[in-house]
Design a protein around this ligand. Sequence first.
Ligand code: F0G
Length: 461
Amino acid sequence: MEHRQRTIIEPFRIKAIEPLGITTRAERTVALQKAHYNPFKLHAEDVLIDLLTDSGTGAMSAAQWAALMLGDESYAGSRSFYKLEAVVRELTGVTHVIPTHQGRAAEHILFSATLKPGMIVPANSHFDTTRANVEFMGAQAVDLLYDAAMDPRADLPFKGDIDLGKLEKILVEQGDRVPLVMVTITNNRGGGQPVSLGNLRAARQLCDRFGKPLFLDAARFAENSWLIKQREPGEGHRTAGEIARETFRLAAGFTLSAKKDGLVNIGGLLGVNDGALAEKCRTRLILTEGFPTYGGLAGRDLEALAQGLTEVLDEDYLEYRHASVRYVFDRLDAFGVPMMRPPGGHAVYIDGGAFAPHLPGWQYPGLALTNALYIEGGVRGVEVGTLMFGRPDPAGGHDEVAPLDLVRLTFPRRTYTQSHMDYLIEVVAEVWQKRDTLPGYRIVQQREVLRAFTAELEPIS
Ligand code: F0G
């Protein structure tokens, strides 16, 4: 971490390459039409730079690929499990380590063991799958961000913090209905914004006062730790690893999608300290995931995850990752592209509604921008707005629109280089030049649940 005045480089060299699908504008126009103007329906080989998600899309290291060969595929008592368990215990301090096939399985198992209809789960913001799993149990998922954090333009360091006043109010007034409190680090739903250590310590104290366990949705724990180191007064001298270790030890347990900061393509973890709860969870795990020493994963997956968890807190990696997000953000900001501020750890969010103000929310300005980026340069982002969260009008009128029509450009880990980022910036700038011409869209066909993944649309001419 010397020579800070120089370019922050990718702290790795490339050992295996995967060719990109280079297409022409005419080919992309046909591909998008065939996908019914829904980027989720594109064939990935027709995408040049895929920023749909950072989940399971990162590159593994040589050490991880080598670890695959060490995978012990024993049904019970796999050596690879004990290796992973030791790594996770050292990182998190948790007593019981339960592997799952991905994050949402850990959520489902935790909530099926702790929730009953009518209960309430407070969080800073629940990620979509967390909310869905809480609601599936007949309980209510309540999001408690500070009001200021909900303004996309407010440039505040810790917009992921849980509002302690609102949390205390719920615990005082309806505490008997609250079995646990969740905090998502970083807060994906709210723009990948970090949660401060100060906030986590205070949330833990509040939970202790009311006798409630604090759980983390720790999918992006390493990014959260790095942003604490960068932004929180008094924490800059500590390593990201020290911060991560303290963060986990403030909680009674966690769910974790290993597809993010686990640096693997598939995997998840559930960690709990409470032995009785762990037993309940393991019983459910056997029903849906598998035996407790593999939990829906192959032995080689456990190996790759154990190795990934030891690599992700490397500060040269974390510095490079955040520098590339910041690099894209700063350049787009200089053009005047409206974005959520400040950038978080894993993505840049463009405000599609402000980018194309001639399009009303019910014409999906976020999707209009997403599709324009694809046509212009083969870049795939994801709409996080009215198509994803708005509601159709049962009477056949316009949708009830989402508060914001965002486009998330999500950065896979260790996958793209600086020149890919430069290309991305050029593509966004070109679309920005012709923003007045972006067409709106109408839905031709949709499902009742999770319509964004499968809806078919057409441009409004
Ligand atoms: N929690 C958070 C904060 C997430 O971002 C995700 C997934 C999950 C839980 C669920 O984990 O996919 O392994 O089952 N986020 C992905 C995304 C899908 O694109 O943001 P999973």
